[in-house]
Design a protein around this ligand. Structure first.
Ligand code: NOJ
Length: 754
């Protein structure tokens, strides 16, 4: 590359980074020459602070192991002082002074808690996602934590699975864009910036497909689906420079993901040339024994390590087993050296050898105005408005803040700070949370409205918790705001559910309030889609808030009163009933579709012998990409600059389709639209989904404003894993939608010739 083409500053960065790398390599070479086999294996050993799983080598403590240089990383430190103390023991007391790397589950904020990742994904806003990750990195690194076990990039199509809360939903294209945004945010532009932390793409791979949505369960994924659906967000993270990857708990095609040579050594380290290191999930190495592929610790260590796991999280098996395995020849010394290098390179990249300690935090602990503002914006952007029916001449929302207006605030989640933080609240403090009750109280006081609050039920239990008072409050109000959903503890790891209803007596409470005849706004706080067909039909407005974080109440109130025009769009399909699960938009047509999705001339079947259920429509309650706002957007026909392009030219990158549509704000308020591009291919060697997302733009338009939105479609968007398991563009027909969600729009049709 010529200097003039890349610019002087960029050239300087490349030179500096190159020099730093060379210096790191020299340092690592010199250390490797001095390390004993035990010290090398020590780098592959990660233990939780204060949670030694029992004696490992003898009767030692975690601290003794650190001082002997037998711990490479410590996870879940409890405080700044703990990180510094351990670091001192590693750097000053161990023979070779190698610093520790501290890792923590900083999932959606450290102290300033942002919306749960599933909620944040509904913003489709890569900028805000990156900013929240950056903010979290700054707060975590100030405590000495330089590694987060995030982003979780598992595609999840089953809302019963509790961990759907931690991901970006069901779509690999959007999931890939979001994976890149998190990595950029955590790792910043330079890893040796003291506010940067290593990202960790997890859980490699297939964990989101656990059968029945049951936590830690088996997965059965074809290679084509693995490559086309589950791997792309990992690849995107790796291409973005994600420094680490975590291997998963699940079986994949009968092989545990944490001992799977095909995915770890073959795809990740082989095909993708991933230069970072792989950490196992918590005790996943030991769990090989439960899975039944290892009868003893030595076998578990050997299988997992040789498959490509570099660091053992908390099984404490690599440390006692690997040295003997190397000495016996069962594990090559070179493999250990390579794993150690990967880990030392990460430490060097962070600058830990030169700056192992973190300056003592100065200034008051707690939230900053900047953090709160970002949390409020992120939460507001995560909200998805699913219903907004007219009451009289206008839709119920936004509410007018008229003096004297009587608002009944009902529901167990209206004033439940801890639940607003969602799962993995990290160092988040419920005292920092602004609940909906607090935010509405502020608004009521400012505008002279009258607010009555009654929880009306518990979150999970059938306890009525003042049902009668709640109904009285509704009867005497101009509008009822009903805050229902799940406890945050019902979501996240090991919190799979077999139903998707409102838990406890919440449904009865909702019905009671609706029966009073008062206009009802239902606000749902949850970590997963819930199947609420009755609510969808019977409330006047429904706003899905997920678990919005510390600024929950402000963000929801901003949307209810129209200071914010909701623009979130679903990143998971919302089912009508749990029996429809798994349900996702990028499914395949059947040979017997209920309706011929594209009027492609399929002969109409006898109406009985078609796909689906006899007792439900085969559509979700709300489709992927769906969401309303306080304005309307119109779309022009889709225009494409070529009626045909050749697969050859698309494959070699010399041709692309340019696609455009005009989007108009047809309402009377400024609003943000997520313009979505979908494709379908026909005439291909393997069936392609009914629709696949291949582009999106987030645009804000003034009333009456029209904007032309352009996309390009080339190899990256059109290639798929074909019948020969090659990632190529094939000839066929291509349908292209530019539209508001995955269930609407009229496609343009072009040809891909050979
Ligand atoms: C187990 C979880 O599966 C993983 O996501 C997490 O990072 C580790 N525990 C560490 O807490």
């Amino acid at each position: 590359m010529r200097l003039s083409r890349i610019g002087f500053a960029a050239a300087l960065t490349i030179l500096t980074v190159g020099r730093a790398r060379a210096a790191d390599d020299a340092r690592i070479d010199s250390l490797m020459a001095q390390m004993t086999l035990e010290e090398k294996v020590g780098q592959l050993n990660q233990l939780a602070a204060g949670f030694l799983p029992g004696p490992i080598l003898g009767n030692e403590t975690g601290e003794a192991l650190v001082k002997q240089g037998l711990v490479g990383s410590v996870l879940s430190p409890e405080s700044y002082y703990q990180t510094q103390l351990y670091q001192k023991e590693a750097v000053e007391d161990s023979r070779l002074h190698i610093p520790l790397l501290f890792g923590l589950d900083v999932i959606h904020g450290y102290r300033t808690i942002f919306p749960i990742p599933l909620g944040l994904s509904c913003s489709w806003d890569m900028d805000v996602i990156e900013q929240t990750a950056r903010f979290a990195a700054r707060e975590a690194s100030a405590q000495g934590v330089r590694w987060t076990f995030s982003p979780m990039v598992d595609i999840a199509r089953d809302p019963r699975w509790g961990r759907i809360t931690e991901g970006a939903g069901e779509d690999p294209y959007l999931g890939s864009a979001i994976a890149r945004a998190y990595v950029r945010g955590y790792q910043g532009s330079r890893l040796d910036d003291p506010t940067s932390i290593l990202a960790c793409a997890k859980h490699f791979v297939g964990y989101g497909a656990v059968e029945g949505g049951r936590e830690y369960n088996t997965t059965e994924i074809s290679e084509r689906t693995l490559r086309g659906i589950y791997l792309p967000p990992f690849k995107a993270a790796v291409d973005q420079g994600c420094a680490t990857v975590m291997s998963a708990f699940n079986l994949l095609d009968e092989v545990p993901a944490s001992a799977n040579p095909f995915t770890l050594d073959g795809i990740l380290k082989g095909e993708w040339r991933f230069p970072g290191f792989v950490v196992s999930d918590w005790t996943a190495v030991r769990e090989l024994e439960q899975h039944g592929i290892a009868d003893d610790d030595a076998t578990a260590a050997r299988k997992s390590f040789l498959a490509g796991v570099d660091m053992d999280m908390e099984s404490a098996i690599f440390l006692p087993q690997l040295p003997a395995l190397v000495r016996s020849g069962a594990v090559p010394q070179a493999r250990v050296d390579e794993a150690v290098r990967r880990i030392l390179r990460a430490k060097a990249a962070l600058g830990l050898f030169d700056h192992p300690y973190t300056a003592e935090p100065s200034g008051p602990a707690g939230l900053t105005p900047e953090g709160r503002a970002l949390a409020r914006r992120a939460a507001a952007e995560s909200l998805v408005l699913l219903e907004n029916r007219p009451v009289g001449t206008d839709t119920l929302l936004p509410l007018a803040a008229a003096a004297g207006k009587k608002i009944a605030l009902i529901g167990p989640l209206a004033d439940s700070p801890r639940d607003m933080l969602g799962s993995w609240p990290c160092a988040g403090d419920p005292h920092d949370v602004v609940t909906l009750r607090q935010a509405l109280t502020e608004r009521a006081q400012a505008a002279g409205m009258r607010l009555t609050y009654a929880p009306g039920s518990g979150v999970g239990s059938a306890a009525d918790n003042g049902y009668g008072e709640a109904i009285d409050a509704a009867e005497n109000a101009d509008v009822a705001i009903v805050a229902l959903g799940e406890a945050s503890s019902a979501t996240g790891e090991a919190s799979s559910r077999s139903t998707l209803d409102l838990p406890g007596s919440q449904q009865a409470l909702l019905q009671g309030v609706v029966n009073t005849g008062v206009p009802v706004v239902l606000v749902i706080f949850s970590g997963r889609p819930l199947a609420l067909p009755w609510a969808a039909e019977n409330v006047n407005a429904m706003l899905w808030a997920w678990f919005p974080g510390v600024e929950a109440g402000h963000a929801v109130a901003d949307a209810l009163f129209g200071d914010v025009n909701p623009a979130g769009r679903l990143t998971v399909s919302v089912p009508r009933s749990v029996g429809q699960v798994p349900i996702y938009y990028d499914a395949f047509n059947t040979g017997r579709p209920r309706s011929d999705v594209l009027s492609m001339g399929t002969r109409t079947q006898d109406a009985h012998y078609v796909t689906g259920y006899i007792d439900l429509p085969d559509t979700p309650l709300y489709p992927f990409g769906y969401g309303l706002g306080y304005t309307r957007f119109g779309y022009s026909a889709v225009s494409v600059d070529a009626a045909a392009l050749s697969a050859r030219a698309l494959n070699d990158g010399s041709a692309r389709f340019h696609v455009a549509a005009d989007v108009t704000n047809q309402g009377s308020r400024e609003g943000t639209e997520i313009v979505q591009l979908y494709i379908r291919q026909r005439g291909t060697s393997v069936a392609r989904p009914d629709r696949e997302l291949k582009g999106f733009r987030r645009i804000t338009l003034r009333p009456g404003e029209t904007r032309r939105v352009d996309f390009t479609l080339g190899r990256d968007e059109l290639a798929f894993w074909n019948i020969d398991m090659k990632d190529v563009v094939e000839p066929g027909q291509l349908f292209i939608w530019v539209t508001a969600n995955s269930a609407v729009g009229v496609p343009a049709r072009v040809a891909i010739t050979p």
